[in-house]
Design a protein around this ligand. Structure first.
Ligand SMILES: Nc1nc2c(ncn2[C@@H]2O[C@H](COP(=O)(O)OP(=O)(O)OP(=O)(O)O)[C@@H](O)[C@H]2O)c(=O)[nH]1
Ligand SMILES: [Mg+2]
Length: 253
């Protein structure tokens, strides 16, 4: 069994990608299940096989503790950590070869609170990986792109799991914009020249310095464009996942 956490900033397309990837994998005869780990989700574009909302009720937490939605979600993630054994056995009972885990819109809850890495670590003892989403529309601006790089590096730092990086919702941008962002991920000179072209003053200086820090840290990876609407790029996502999880083998035989 392989567990794949889908992580990204609010609205970056985690839930829809979970749904589309699930369908895509099922069409390629893979044995796949979905876990919803977002206690705050109101509606989901898929039917989860395991749903954390059966363990914690965010609305009830809000009324019982007089909290706003974010305060309640903080408590919810600690409560999920308490229920981790039950959630894990539910997942293990599925006996799927690949399990997609949709995570909270409030990414910092999962990525930066102690409960997040604890949950990721304790959620079964199976092989795990992370899919980190860069929202295309947000990433068009080089400063946003670089900020997102730092976030993805922070996630990597916290979980220390094999991680792939996707440019989500690529159908929303013209092809040349998509190619440009992808080239930033592999070529420092292209990113630098876009920063020079698109930014000025403090933003330009800050972006250049941040970019250099990223490259000094050796944080280099290929951004894979994907669309959960058109399924463009899904084959590449699958290949990248197979590479980090199975060393290139299929999940299901
Ligand atoms: N055009 C297009 N829209 C997308 C794509 N993926 C997601 N969306 C839209 O973007 C919005 C947010 O998508 P979600 O899948 O809910 O994003 P999320 O990251 O799960 O959001 P939160 O859980 O609230 O953080 C929805 O309106 C989706 O229909 C995509 O590949 N292409
Ligand atoms: Mg979602």
């Amino acid at each position: 069994m392989f567990i794949v956490f889908i992580i990204g900033t609010a609205g970056s397309g985690k839930s829809l990608l979970t749904a589309s990837l699930d369908e895509w994998l099922k069409m390629s005869k893979q044995d796949v299940s979905i876990v919803n780990l977002d206690p705050g989700a109101l509606t989901l574009p898929y039917s989860p096989d395991v749903d954390v909302r059966n363990y914690v009720d965010v609305e009830k937490l809000m009324t019982e503790h007089g909290l706003g939605p974010n305060g309640a979600l903080v408590i919810a993630s600690d409560l999920i950590a308490d229920e981790i054994e039950k959630i894990s056995s539910e997942i293990e009972e599925l006996q799927s070869d690949i399990v997609l885990v949709d995570t909270s819109g409030q990414m910092e809850l999962f990525a930066f609170r102690a409960s997040g890495p604890y949950i990721a670590n304790e959620l079964t003892k199976e092989t795990k990986g992370i899919v980190y989403l860069f929202d295309s529309v947000f990433s068009v601006n080089p400063l946003n792109y670089i900020s997102n790089l730092f976030l993805s590096a922070a996630v990597y730092n916290r979980f220390l799991l094999p991680q792939i990086h996707l440019l989500s919702k690529c159908d929303l941008l013209p092809k040349n914009e998509v190619n440009r962002i992808v080239s930033w991920s592999t070529n420092q000179a292209t990113l630098e020249s876009s920063i020079e072209q698109k930014l000025e003053g403090t933003k330009r200086l800050l972006s250049i310095n941040m970019m250099q820090a990223i490259y000094k840290l050796g944080l280099r990876f290929l951004l894979l464009p994907v669309s959960a609407k058109t399924n463009e790029g899904m084959t590449n996502v699958n290949t990248a996942l197979e590479r980090i999880l199975t060393g290139g083998e299929k999940y299901t035989y």
